[in-house]
Ligand binder design. Structure first.
Ligand code: PEP
Ligand code: MG
Length: 553
């Protein structure tokens, strides 16, 4: 057995034979041509043919993966007509007196290299897109056939990389999984694979040998592991894992599109917690009603230096667009405590969890905070973005945040940049102080979201990083439940809504209690959403076992 380690970008377990696809790039020869006009006109025809094909792909993708994900083919159409791209092709044809195929391939390679050398993860991922459109134009110029992926048996498709159009073109009923040597989790191919529920592992590198073609294989896209000629024990373990996954998918099939409503008619919103753009597919696949917590600090953690306004804007905009009008609650950076970042030059602290973290850093370093706020405000023009402030302990803090947001908005207004004038600003209730003064905070904030992870740590004086304290860290402690109830009641008294985005939000043992308390929204890891929906739909809050609540009241 050989084990190849890559990165899982679309969850699932697949068992079958490996099928290697040859390099998808078309080999292109440099041919001298004095007749530049003829080459330009060949190129123009191929360009028009490409635009028509991309329109067809767009229509196919709308049906298969939805409008938001299909937009990549509209972007491809725009790329084909990009002025710089066209200028480069024309320049190579005319100045080097060469054939159109060569000029297109050369331009595609140059642009791809330029994109992949950028720091910005989003732009890096565009490298595959420019290669995709260039290959398509070259194929149209040479009348080459697109590789046929159809086969009689279902196969695990292995290749260097897949372009978005190859992914959409494949006959999904014949594909068990994708394994690629290269690729990025931010790429549209990864997003499309997730949307189509096909397990996918990328970045398998040179360990993915062509000689494995036809070998038995198991892909565990949950861990990113690819087992070639698996032994008996591995096969048994992963077959069981696959069955478990199939059961979950069946639950998804049954519950997808159903309301989150109890037997006695109480409704609740179920949203997803995400760490970045790459989790959005999983949120949609599990039918999230929105994003309840986007931990934006991951953008900072993944980066070697402060992420620029443009980098952040591109990610927030993309998440908002993919969620197509559903709420996207983005928490401003929660740096500090266990999330330390070198380039923030944070001083040594005896008790970092009780230290300089989250909003405290943001208010002390407004120039960094305002970059994030500006990116968020700009992105608010592209969907239902709402911002949420972590680690609030006082009314003063939310007023300061509002002041900074107003400053940023005034600047955008003056620059003629559009944004949502009414973007909601909520606060996290994750310190006992915030819960206790939640009557006051509810007058200033547009909504509450309770961070039970930190609320537990601060209420019970238990460092959440310390495994020794596990037995003291009782998340069901009446003190915590009372604070939750207090925050919910105070939010409602001011006509605001209150959700829970800590781990307790996805705990089905608590769902019934939260419904009875009047919690309006629960946000959790995407994979738990349908299990909680199932629980909600079986609850009858009028017949509630009042054990926990009676202790609160
Ligand atoms: C929480 O504290 O419950 C929370 C959701 O935030 P994090 O876990 O990111 O600190
Ligand atoms: Mg927290």
């Amino acid at each position: 057995m050989n084990v190849i380690k890559g990165k899982g970008v679309s969850n699932g377990v697949a068992i079958g034979r490996m099928k290697f696809l040859g390099k998808t790039r078309t080999g292109v020869k440099r041919i001298h041509s004095e007749n530049s006009e003829a080459e330009m006109s060949r190129f123009e025809n191929a360009k028009q043919q490409t635009l028509a094909q991309l329109e067809q792909l767009y229509q196919k993708a709308v049906v298969e993966v939805g409008e938001a994900n299909a937009q990549i083919f509209e972007i491809h159409q725009m790329m084909v007509e990009d002025e710089d791209y066209l200028e480069s092709i024309e320049n190579i044809i005319r100045s080097q007196s060469v054939n159109a195929e060569y000029a297109v391939a050369c331009t595609g390679d140059n642009f791809a290299k330029m994109f992949s050398s950028m720091d910005d993860e989003y732009m890096k991922a565009r490298s595959a897109d420019v290669l995709d459109i260039s290959d398509r134009i070259v194929k149209n110029l040479t009348n080459a056939q697109t590789e046929d992926f159809s086969a009689d048996e279902k196969l695990i498709i292995c290749t260097d990389d897949l372009t978005p159009s190859e992914t959409v073109q494949m006959d999904k009923s014949k594909v068990l999984a994708f394994v690629t040597r290269n690729g990025s989790s931010n790429s549209h191919t990864a997003i499309l694979a997730r949307t189509m529920s096909i397990p996918a592992v990328i970045g398998a590198g040179e360990q993915l040998l062509d000689e494995y073609d036809g070998a038995d294989c198991i892909v565990d896209a949950f861990t990113g592991e690819v087992y070639v000629n698996p032994d008996k024990e591995t096969a048994e373990r992963l077959t069981a894992k696959r069955e478990e996954d199939i059961k979950r998918r069946e639950l998804i099939r049954q519950l997808k599109g159903k309301e989150n409503i109890t037997l006695d008619g109480k409704k609740i919103k179920l949203y997803a917690n995400i760490g970045g753009l790459s989790d959005v597919g999983e949120a949609l696949r599990n039918d999230a009603g929105g994003i309840g917590l986007f931990r934006s600090e991951f953008l900072y953690l993944e980066s070697k230096d402060y992420p620029t306004e443009e980098t952040q804007f591109a990610v927030y905009k993309s998440v908002a667009e993919n969620m197509a009008g559903k709420p996207v609650i983005i928490r401003t950076m929660d740096i500090g405590a266990d999330k330390r970042i070198d380039y923030f030059n944070m001083p040594y602290e005896e008790n970092p969890a009780l230290g300089w973290r989250a909003l405290r850093i943001c208010l002390d370093r407004p120039e960094i905070f305002k970059t994030q706020l500006k990116a968020l405000c700009r992105a608010s023009a592209y969907g239902n973005i709402q911002i949420m402030i972590p680690m609030i302990t006082s009314v003063r803090e939310i007023r300061e945040v509002r002041k900074l947001v107003s400053e940023v908005q005034s600047q955008l207004r003056a620059d003629g940049v559009s944004f949502n004038e009414n973007m909601p600003i909520g606060v996290m209730i994750e310190t006992p102080a915030a819960a206790i003064i939640s009557d006051k905070l509810a007058k200033e904030a547009d909504f509450f979201s309770i961070g039970t992870n930190d609320l537990t740590q601060y209420t019970l004086a238990c460092d959440r990083q310390n495994p020794r304290l596990e037995k003291y860290c009782n998340v069901y402690h009446p003190a915590i439940l009372r604070l939750i109830k207090l925050a919910v009641d105070n939010a409602h008294a001011e006509g605001k809504w209150c959700g829970i985005c800590g781990e307790l939000g996805g705990d089905v043992k608590m769902t019934e209690q939260f419904l009875a308390m009047g919690v309006d929204e629960l946000s959790m890891v995407p994979s738990l959403i349908l299990e909680v929906r199932d629980k909600v739909r079986k609850c009858d809050t009028s017949k509630l076992d009042r054990n926990i609540l009676s202790d609160i009241e």
